[in-house]
Write a protein that binds this ligand. Sequence first.
Ligand code: Q9C
Ligand code: ZN
Length: 342
Amino acid sequence: MLTVYSEDCRLHHGRAELNEGQLVPCFENPSRTDIVLDRLKAVDLGEIVAPRDFGVVPLKRVHDAGFVDFLAECWDLWTAQGRDWDAIPFTFGKRGMRDDRIPKDIDGRIAYYAMDAGTPLTAGTWKAATASANCALTAAEQVAGGLKSAFAACRPPGHHASIDYYGGYCFLNNAAIAAQALRDNGAQRVSLLDVDYHHGNGTQSIFYDRADVQFLSLHADPEVEYPYFLGHADETGSGAGEGFNHNFPLPWGTDWERWSAALEDACRRIQGYRPDVLVVSLGLDTFEQDPISKFTLSSDRYPLVGARLAALKVPTVFVLEGGYAVDDLGVNAVNVLTGFED
Ligand code: Q9C
Ligand code: ZN
């Protein structure tokens, strides 16, 4: 399988995130893709290429233009205040407050565009986030050109980033950007399957009123898990998109038996939709040893995930999302890909 990776993905390196009331070292850091790359080379999965630069146009096909511009200039505005440390919001808008006025002050603008205090924005964030999106776009372009599959080994991840907000370690929604590019390049129907432990709130929101991109997500129940405010089973789409959004919220402690039953449900719905192409938001934080998650999948299950997806017989773009048990992330991610290829 072809892999797309950019060294620029390493340039986003937050110092600390707010976790259980304390600032702790960021779970999402460059060592994640380092270990994935090591494993790809160890099993000789295939060629590893650098992405092509697609510019901001495909980013603004799914994200608000003002939001994209903000991400590009946030670090300069932040450092202009004499701050040379990571940018983190200290407040957020709440119910009943104005959302039609974007504050001028940098702290107000961060409050407007950020969804949590776990996603520091750093000097290298814009470069890394755009490199990450370019990896997904390049993988999509290769699959549109006839490859059976491709893997974007990218970070920062994307699925929590929505039309006009960032958070959950995500800035640009790489998988959504790839799905939209596939649509723009001739695919009539795209299925986007999100197997990250957390609900893909950003991806869901981006495609919620559309029938041309089917979204399916297996994740921890938002009643007990981040992102808390989206991901319930009764979110089925709106308007033309009614019936094209499928959430599979699962309890803490979900094991392979339960998780794979939900995967089977999702795969049958994909089959019924008859997509031209499949985009997989490939999170590996369903792993039993993940430090921030509570499912119990073991490494030997991930090839079965890949094999089930291959049985759909649809060209497939894999886009890396979460997974924080770094020592095992390479094996787990590559297990899905080898299972797909066998
Ligand atoms: N106490 C992705 O997997 N915060 N994002 C967790 C744990 C947010 C995860 C804090 C987790 C976001 C792409
Ligand atoms: Zn996750």
